[in-house]
Design a protein around this ligand. Structure first.
Ligand SMILES: Cc1cc2nc3c(=O)[nH]c(=O)nc-3n(C[C@H](O)[C@H](O)[C@H](O)COP(=O)(O)OP(=O)(O)OC[C@H]3O[C@@H](n4cnc5c(N)ncnc54)[C@H](O)[C@@H]3O)c2cc1C
Length: 920
């Protein structure tokens, strides 16, 4: 039903002509349009039949909305009148009416729209009002501005052009807004006091600044372009919530309701307090405990210099019988031609006490001027006096403020309200403080605490990359042993000699290799790097022990074309084999099968078999072709039918991966230019993990050694995990990174998720004996990386590295013998003594290398379940495990050598990628 109240609006009469009467109106005698109309009314439709009148040719915009002709239009009032009128004129209401009426509704609607647009912006409103008052600003008027003013405008424009960050834009926007606000006040005053000519001058000046409204417009545009929806004239009047407080509904003044995942309340605390009135009276009270004060700001402009005092201004202690807070000498800091401008601050905490509830701006202006005359002995009359009364404009951080804010935020947190309290009510009143408050509260929503299970390379990498995230609140590494680094283990003797019991060299190539070098530089270890460059023998000379002889692997084209033992044909002929051999299309295959098929059984037996033993102590007949080192070659067969075919079809120079294109530290560049083949660190690789742990601790990462995780518990949905320690301590976190071996993780899921536990347990591990042998002086002439032993040889070791060939240690010769792996139990039984392994290693070495000397030292370590075996189907297992974690919503990630590659670089990269994956 149309509202009668809306049908007659002020102002129509003036514009009404006989043609305004609805032609189809059946009430010619009683039609209100035939009756004398109230002055300043606009009759949109007949109040009896609701037929629309014609739109008058000159329609007064103020009167259309039943407003007096005034500059002081309340936006809220204007909007509600606009909405009501548009509602009346909605096309749906004219569906059954004549075509003429539908056309009229359309014309009225656009007239109402134009009028609303015109009146809602202060500049267009002021221009229109001047027009109504018979003193319009004409085109060209605006150019009659003084030079100083125009210079100022140019400067501001230049500043605007140079803005390139949202922060700078916000600052400029704020300044401009202040200037405009100032004009609004002055123009309003001029109109109120009927000084139309003065208003006209001010409007002309404001035209320039409104051009600069671009500040706020640009800021809003930037946000809107980014997809931020901005609704102006949208006042929040209430908040509702479900019982648990986890979901909030934002109720608007017009009863519209918004739902969201999170609400940021950047409005003043006393307004937020009202919103919580019903929902949480306790929180409402806390917020209401933050008081606000009214401030009167009086700008006084004098002609010429009216004081000799040069200063920032003065402040007045509260015990003085003076009714102002202080005064700034604005033109002392920033001269404005020949003017002297002061700004007097008044009221604040003492506003009501001094000036009552509702002082007029004029009375404040007079008090300010009289106090200033008295204090500074100024006799001159000001040119201009501008007064603004800012109601509840400054939050008072009274004693206990911090506690109040903490209490409020704590209540929000403990009740699980998805909202944040932001702005000058809480975190500081300066522009910078407020922007920072917004930033910090946004980050706080995403802040998370993490537990990292395991302090090996994987655990350290996870903590390292997590620590870089601005949203990280806490990182706790739980390491079962008393030392960090996992399998990175170096023993240093009293005389400085050191032995590696785990990894000894790292490769510097590829994205993962570069990533580790970047890290080394970041940790400040670049001076400790020991690089080995080509053509050093440890890079070029790799030996295979077969048929009682140490055979050198071909390292260049000439040697690849010759038949060298243990191979039965030149190694280069394997390419011919690859071209002829049919492809086997499959998800995975054993490494041995794959290489036999593509490159021949000779290569599989004499090269791939010992290499696999050297890299993962595993059996190439079980290891996956897809998941292990030959993965790229396997993919070539699957995609192109063979390796050579693939290389011919595709460019040898593949596109660089995104990772490779990323940062390249100086160290990476050095490694490239010096052609590093491998690197280690002074004092051994444990230098790396020790330093890394120290740096992380300094960054605030908490590391708990001797802290073994024994169980995991979860809520029903699996969304929350509790980490249970051997000593029954319990840790909770937002996300858990399991960097411990898969078989240990499998145990932790025993009860919680037997299915996931099984998948993890399908990744087998092998034991390795590591025997370090130290001899006095040089006991061999062979210079090489070391040798590997194929599995078909009657020898009880996997291979040996010639450590001091790569990294000399005085006059010593140090070898490290690797034993067991896949064949550990078979060769040495369940529980061999370290001594027995040491003896076997020495005797095999004597035999193979013909060494007679007695070692100075023999160190034996038996590493139980130290290397994961990526057997056929490994990739699928890992995918299955991660898929299960994902689909069950467990807040955890599987990281490290059990999943994504066993090399040092692979493990660090695994940590990095799993951290990034959490935030994808
Ligand atoms: C003998 C040997 C030689 C190697 N040589 C090389 C080489 O030359 N070059 C190369 O690149 N790579 C080499 N590697 C591989 C590389 O060292 C490893 O892949 C890498 O160190 C593994 O790191 P990680 O963090 O995944 O696991 P780990 O090092 O196993 O770390 C896991 C950590 O978790 C802890 N943990 C286990 N259970 C729990 C629990 N319940 N609660 C809390 N903490 C727990 C462990 O104590 C350990 O510190 C070698 C590995 C070995 C074993």
């Amino acid at each position: 039903m149309l509202s009668r109240r809306l049908l007659a609006v002020r102002g129509w009469r003036r514009a009404y002509s006989s043609q305004g009467k609805p032609s189809e109106c059946p009430h010619p005698s009683s039609c209100p349009m035939d009756q004398p109309q109230e002055q300043n009314q606009v009759q949109v439709a007949c109040s009896k039949c609701f037929l629309l009148a014609q739109v008058p040719s000159s329609l007064n915009h103020f009167h259309l909305f039943s407003l007096y002709e005034t500059f002081d239009v309340e936006q809220k009032v204007l909007s509600s009148k606009f909405k009501a009128l548009q509602n009346v004129l909605h096309p749906d209401r004219f569906a059954g009416k004549s075509e003429d009426q539908a056309i009229l509704a359309d014309s009225w609607s656009s007239a109402v729209n134009d009028a609303y647009q015109n009146l809602s912006k202060p500049l267009t409103r002021a221009l229109y009002l001047l027009e109504c008052k018979g003193q319009p600003v004409q085109e060209g008027d605006a150019q009659v501005m003084d030079n100083e003013f125009l210079m100022h405008i140019m400067e501001v424009n230049e500043e605007l052009d140079e803005v390139d960050s949202p922060e700078e834009l916000a600052k400029l926007a704020k300044t401009n807004l202040d200037v405009l606000q100032d004009y609004f006040e002055r123009i309003s005053h001029a109109f109120q006091t009927d000084k139309v000519e003065q208003a006209r001058e001010l409007v002309k000046e404001m035209t320039y600044f409104c051009g600069l409204e671009t500040f706020t417009q640009k800021w809003s545009q930037v946000l809107e372009k980014q997809g931020v929806e901005i609704r102006r004239d949208s006042k929040i009047s209430d908040l509702r919530s479900n019982k648990k407080g986890e979901e909030l509904q934002v109720i608007m003044e017009n009863d519209e309701v918004f739902e969201c995942d999170h609400l940021f309340l950047t409005i003043p605390a006393f307004v937020s307090s009202r919103l919580f009135d019903k929902l949480d009276p306790n929180l409402s009270n806390i917020l209401n405990n933050i008081p606000f004060v009214d401030v009167g700001v009086v700008n006084l402009e004098f002609e010429g210099r009216v004081t000799d005092i040069e200063a920032f201004g003065f402040l007045v202690p509260s015990n003085q019988p003076v009714r102002i807070l202080g005064t700034t000498f604005d033109t002392c800091a920033f001269p404005q031609g020949n003017k002297t401008i002061f700004t007097v601050m008044m009221g604040g905490k003492w506003f009501q006490e001094l000036f009552g509830e509702n002082p007029s701006p004029d009375s404040l202006g007079e008090i300010a001027l009289s106090e200033l005359r008295h204090i500074m002995n100024i006799q001159e009359q000001p040119n201009r006096v501008m007064v603004k009364i800012h109601r509840k404009c400054i939050a008072q951080y009274i004693v206990g403020h911090k506690q109040q804010v903490q209490l409020a935020r704590e209540r929000v947190r403990s009740h699980g309200y998805p909202l944040s309290l932001v702005g000058s009510s809480y975190d500081g009143a300066g522009v910078n403080d407020v922007i920072m408050s917004g930033k910090q509260q946004v980050l706080a929503v995403f802040e998370m605490s993490y537990v990292v299970a395991g302090g090996g390379l994987g655990g350290l990498a996870v903590a390292h990359y997590l620590a870089k995230l601005p949203t990280t609140r806490k990182i706790l590494i739980l390491e079962a042993s008393s030392r960090m680094g996992g399998w990175v283990q170096t023993s240093t003797m009293n005389d400085g000699v050191y032995f590696e019991h785990g990894p000894r060299t790292v490769r510097p190539v590829g994205p993962a290799g570069h990533n580790t070098l970047n890290l080394i530089q970041e940790l400040g270890l670049d001076q400790d790097v020991l690089p080995i460059s080509r053509p050093h023998p440890i890079i070029t000379k790799r030996l295979i022990y077969a048929d009682g002889t140490l055979c050198e692997l071909p390292s260049n084209l000439t040697s690849a074309l010759r038949t060298l033992p243990p191979f039965k044909r030149p190694i280069a002929t394997c390419l011919w084999n690859d071209i002829r051999a049919p492809a086997k299309i499959c998800e995975d295959d054993t490494l041995f099968e794959f290489v036999s098929r593509r490159l021949g059984a000779d290569i599989a037996q004499n090269l791939i078999d010992p290499m696999t033993r050297g890299i993962c102590a595993g059996d190439a007949r079980q290891i996956s072709a897809a998941a292990f080192v030959a993965g790229p070659l396997f993919r070539m067969e699957q995609e192109s039918g063979g390796i050579v075919k693939h290389l011919l079809k595709n460019s040898f120079f593949q596109e660089k991966s995104v990772l490779e294109e990323s940062e390249e530290s100086d160290l990476v560049q050095r490694a490239k230019s010096e052609k590093w083949g491998v690197w280690s660190l002074k004092g051994g690789l444990e230098t790396f993990t020790q330093k890394w742990s120290q740096v992380l601790e300094k960054q605030g990462v908490e590391i708990r050694r001797d802290s073994k995780i024994s169980d995991l518990r979860s809520n029903k949905k699996g969304e929350e995990l509790q980490v249970i320690m051997e000593n029954d301590e319990v840790f909770e976190c937002d996300h858990l990174f399991l960097t411990i071996p898969a078989f240990v993780s499998s145990r932790l899921f025993d009860k919680l998720d037997p299915n996931l536990s099984n998948i993890l347990n399908n990744i087998p591990f092998v034991d390795v004996g590591v025997v370090n042998l130290e001899f006095e002086g040089r006991v061999t002439d062979i210079e090489a990386f070391g040798f590997l032993v194929p599995s078909n040889q009657p020898v009880r070791i996997l291979g040996t590295t010639f450590d001091t060939c790569a990294f000399p240690q005085g006059n010593k010769t140090i070898f490290t013998v690797m034993m067991g792996g896949k064949w550990f139990q078979e060769l040495f039984g369940e529980n061999p003594s370290p001594d027995s392994l040491g003896e076997i290693a020495l005797s095999e070495l004597r035999h193979i290398m013909n060494i007679q000397e007695q070692p100075n030292r023999v160190m034996v370590k038996i590493h139980r379940k130290c290397i994961a075996q990526y057997i056929v189907g490994h990739k699928q297992q890992v995918q299955l495990a991660r898929e299960r974690v994902r689909s069950h919503g467990y807040p955890l990630s599987l990281v490290g050598s059990s999943y994504d590659g066993a090399g040092v670089n692979d493990v660090i990269m695994s940590g990095k990628q799993q951290v990034l994956a959490v935030f994808e």
